[in-house]
Write a protein that binds this ligand. Structure first.
Ligand SMILES: Cc1cc2nc3c(=O)[nH]c(=O)nc-3n(C[C@H](O)[C@H](O)[C@H](O)COP(=O)(O)OP(=O)(O)OC[C@H]3O[C@@H](n4cnc5c(N)ncnc54)[C@H](O)[C@@H]3O)c2cc1C
Length: 459
C-alpha cells in the first residue's frame, strides 16, 4: 500500500449524492481541488430517487417571480411545524445559505433550476420550491453528476475506500510523513487530504440500524435507496462523534404499495382526501406527507385510498413523482364516486359520505372533526383515486455539526478537519416522522453544503 504514491487533494468527499456533489461544485468554485468518492455510482441514490424539490426562501428566482419571502419566514414555518424539534445548531445557517446555494448553481454553473410557482406544500406559508422542470430528482441528479464530471478540479474515485484519520488527537495514531489529515486507500490507490467531508447518506437502508434507532419503523417499507447503509455515519461514530435526532425520519404517506412510485406531497393541500378500506377518513390529511405515514400504516392492510379529481391532477403536470405514478397505472379514474368506489373495492356509501363531508367543509358549512383546517376545493367529476401506503424515505438523525458542518465530538469539541452534510449529518428537525417539513432533506444538503464549502480550506 505505502509503495503507491499518494494523490494529494485539498478536500476528500465520501459520497456523490445531493450533499457531496453540491459541496464538490461549491468547493471547486472556490479554487479547491476535490476528490469525490462514490463506490455505488450505478445504484440510484436518494438524490436520484427524490422528488428533487428544494425550498430556497428569498432566492432571486423566487423574487423575480414576484413572491415576497425571506429566510426568516421559512425558519418561522419550520419552528411552527416542528415545535421543540428543530436542530437549532444549523437551522438559521441553512436558511440564510439557501439563496446563495441556489445562485451558485444557477449563476456559476448554469443549472437549469427554476422557481416552481405551482408547488404548494404542507407547512410552508409561501410557494418557495425550486427544481428542474418537470421536477424530478432523477433529472437533478443527472445534471449534478454531469456538472461534477465536467470539472477538471473534481477527481472521481469509484471504489470503496478505507479511511485513516491522522489527527494527532482524537482518533487513530499519527503515522510517519503525514501527521495530520486523512488517508483514503483502496488496492492501488492512496489519497491524502487535510479535510474530509462525510456525505454518504443516512441509514434507512440498514434494517439493523432502523430497528435500533427507529423501532416503530422496523420492517416497514423503505422507499429510499439501498445505498443508505450508514457506513459513512459509522465512520464518524468510530471517531467519537456526537449524534442528534436519531429517531427522526422522513415518512412518505403517499407511497404506492410496493414502493416504486408515489403521488407526491401536494394532493391534500389542493383538496384531496384519504379514506381507509371502509371508505372513512381517519386523519387531517394536510399534516404533511411525513407525519401521514404512520397514520396510513395504522389502517387495515397498512393502506389508504387517496381520492382527488381531474382538476387537482391538472395542477400536477410539473410533479415528476405524480407523473410516474400515472405512467405506472396507479391512478384510477371514474365519472362518479360510486364507480370509483367499485373500482377500488371500498364501501361506496361511506366514500360518498366522506366526499360530501369534505365538500361541506370546503364550502365552510361545517367544521372537520379530524381537525383539518382547509379543504381547498369541492371535488368534482371526473374523480381520481390511488392506493397508498406509509414508507420510510430517509433518516434524519446523524452526526451533530456546527453551523459550518464541522463534526462535533462527544466532548463538545469540533473534530478538526471532519465535516458532515446530507443524510449522515443531523437533519433540520427530528423526532419520529412528525418533524419533517417537506424539502428539509435537500434544504440541509444544499444549505449546510454551502456553509461547509465556504469553511473548507480556511483551517
Ligand atoms: C423517496 C424520496 C423522496 C424524496 N424527496 C425529496 C424532495 O422532494 N425534497 C427534498 O428536499 N428531499 C427529498 N428526499 C430526501 C433527499 O433525497 C435527501 O435528503 C438527499 O438526497 C440527501 O443527500 P445525501 O447526499 O446525504 O444522500 P444521497 O443523495 O443518497 O447520496 C449519498 C451517497 O453516498 C454514497 N455512499 C454510501 N456509502 C458510502 C461509502 N461508504 N463511501 C462513499 N460513498 C458512500 C451513496 O452511494 C450515495 O451516492 C427524498 C428522499 C426519498 C428517499
Amino acid at each position: 500500500m505505502s509503495a503507491v504514491p499518494p494523490i494529494q487533494t485539498d478536500i476528500a468527499i465520501l459520497g456523490a449524492g445531493a450533499a457531496g456533489m453540491f459541496v464538490a461544485l461549491a468547493a471547486q468554485a472556490r479554487g479547491l481541488s476535490v476528490t469525490l468518492v462514490e463506490p455505488m455510482a450505478d445504484t440510484p441514490n436518494n438524490f436520484a430517487i427524490s422528488g428533487g424539490l428544494f425550498p430556497a426562501a428569498g432566492s432571486s428566482l423566487q423574487s423575480a417571480a414576484g413572491v415576497k419571502d425571506a429566510p426568516a419566514a421559512w425558519l418561522e414555518d419550520l419552528r411552527a411545524f416542528a415545535p421543540g424539534m428543530v436542530n437549532e445548531h444549523i437551522a438559521e445557517a441553512v436558511a440564510q445559505a439557501l439563496p446563495s446555494a441556489t445562485a451558485l448553481l444557477v449563476d456559476r454553473y448554469q443549472a437549469p433550476i427554476r422557481f416552481l410557482a405551482d408547488v404548494v406544500a404542507p407547512g410552508h406559508s409561501q410557494t418557495r420550491f425550486h427544481s428542474v422542470e418537470p421536477a424530478s430528482g432523477t433529472a437533478m441528479h443527472a445534471w449534478f453528476r454531469a456538472a461534477c464530471r465536467a470539472q477538471a478540479g473534481i477527481r472521481w474515485v469509484e471504489e470503496r475506500v478505507e479511511v485513516e484519520r491522522r489527527a494527532g488527537g482524537v482518533g487513530s495514531g499519527v503515522a510517519s510523513g503525514f501527521a495530520s489529515g486523512f488517508e483514503l486507500h483502496a488496492p492501488g490507490l492512496r489519497i491524502q487530504a487535510p479535510q474530509l467531508v462525510l456525505a454518504g447518506g443516512g441509514f434507512g437502508g440498514n434494517p439493523e440500524l432502523v430497528a435500533r434507532f427507529i423501532p416503530g419503523m422496523a420492517g416497514a417499507l423503505h422507499n429510499g435507496s439501498p445505498t443508505q447503509d450508514g457506513s459513512v455515519l459509522a465512520l464518524g461514530l468510530s471517531w467519537g462523534a456526537q449524534v442528534w435526532g436519531m429517531d427522526g425520519y422522513q415518512g412518505q404517506g403517499h407511497t404506492n404499495p410496493g414502493g416504486v412510485t408515489r403521488l407526491g406531497m401536494s394532493i391534500p393541500t389542493l383538496g384531496g382526501i384519504l379514506v381507509n378500506k371502509q371508505g372513512q377518513r381517519f386523519v387531517a390529511e394536510d399534516i404533511g406527507p411525513s407525519a401521514l405515514a404512520p397514520w396510513v400504516l395504522a389502517q387495515e392492510g397498512g393502506q389508504a385510498l387517496e381520492v382527488f379529481d381531474a382538476a387537482i391532477e391538472s395542477q400536477l403536470g410539473n410533479h415528476g413523482a405524480y407523473q410516474q405514478a400515472v405512467k405506472a397505472g396507479c391512478v384510477m379514474t371514474h365519472d362518479t364516486i360510486e364507480g370509483l368506489a367499485a373500482m377500488a373495492g371500498v364501501d361506496p356509501q361511506a366514500l360518498a359520505q366522506s366526499v360530501a363531508h369534505a365538500a361541506r367543509c370546503a364550502r365552510s358549512e361545517g367544521a372537520d372533526e379530524l381537525g383539518r383546517k382547509s379543504f381547498a376545493r369541492v371535488l368534482g367529476s371526473p374523480f381520481k383515486a390511488s392506493w397508498v401506503t406509509g414508507a420510510l424515505s430517509h433518516t434524519q438523525g446523524g452526526l451533530l455539526t456546527s453551523p459550518d458542518g464541522e463534526v462535533l465530538h462527544t466532548s463538545g469539541e469540533v473534530m478538526p478537519g471532519v465535516y458532515a452534510v446530507g443524510g449522515c449529518a443531523a437533519g433540520l428537525s427530528g423526532r419520529g416522522a412528525d418533524g419533517y417539513l417537506p424539502g428539509n432533506g435537500l434544504a440541509q444538503a444544499f444549505g449546510l453544503g454551502w456553509r461547509v464549502a465556504q469553511a473548507l480550506g480556511r483551517a
